[in-house]
Design a protein. Structure first.
Length: 233
């Protein structure tokens, strides 16, 4: 019998289980980076595809969980959240690295994924807890593996491309939300669980605030690559 959120203990932010999960995610990310630094081209290819399969396994587990516990529905089962699209980008980049896929995984995965891990939209424990940190925890591990190669370098102009990408996302998914009454990406209302959005004002002002936060976050994430390019002769 499937376990629903109502059948399991409620999630408490920064409780001992939450902190333990964050520690496991951090350890997995460090190990993925170290592994990526030591593997040769063939090993990196195989290691990347193994990580991609782990993410795909998470996707299969989530859809199975939804189907058994609540049923699949257009309102919550489509991969239209930024986290879902970031996981898709991670799988694509791990399986066949392409600059734009790696950029999306890096900037959106670290920029949004860390906030999601710190303030999960998670009502229950049990399998919901495991699945949430499995999926969201795979993102930093995948990203650090992708950028760990000694010869890897982020392309100039990535921040502009990412800002363009998230604005296209907001327009397209926001239009779908408005037409169908959905709330993918929290573009129409805030999550029920406490999050950063609670401090950014009412709709639609929190969306404008997120725009500024995203830009500042992308600039910070881009700083190591700009400094690296500046040091090259």
């Amino acid at each position: 019998m499937a376990i629903s959120a109502a059948d399991s203990p409620g999630f408490e932010p920064f409780s001992a289980p939450h902190l333990a999960a964050l520690a496991v995610v951090a350890l997995a990310a460090v190990l993925a980076f170290r592994l990526g630094r030591t593997l040769g081209p063939s090993g990196r290819k195989n290691g990347g595809r193994l990580l991609a399969l782990l993410i795909l396994g998470y996707g299969g587990a989530v859809y199975s969980r939804q189907a058994l516990a609540w049923g699949l529905d257009w309102a919550w089962s489509l991969p239209l959240d930024l986290c879902s699209l970031t996981l898709i980008a991670c799988v694509a980049a791990l399986w066949r690295p392409r600059p734009l896929w790696v950029e999306w995984a890096y900037y959106l995965g670290l920029g949004g994924g860390i906030q999601a891990l710190a303030t999960p939209d998670l009502a229950g424990g049990g399998w919901d807890f495991v699945l949430f940190f499995w999926g969201h925890g795979m993102v930093p591990a995948a990203v650090l593996f992708l950028v760990s190669g000694p010869a890897f370098a982020m392309r100039p102009g990535a921040v502009g491309r990412m800002m363009l990408g998230i604005n296209i996302y907001a327009l397209v998914v926001g239009a779908l939300n408005a037409a169908a009454g959905w709330n993918y990406g929290y573009l129409c209302s805030k999550p029920a669980a406490p999050s950063l959005l609670d401090h950014l004002g009412a709709w639609p002002w929190y969306l404008l605030a997120l725009e500024g936060i995203a830009f500042a976050t992308f600039l910070v994430l881009d700083l190591p690559w700009r400094l690296r390019r500046g040091r090259k002769p």
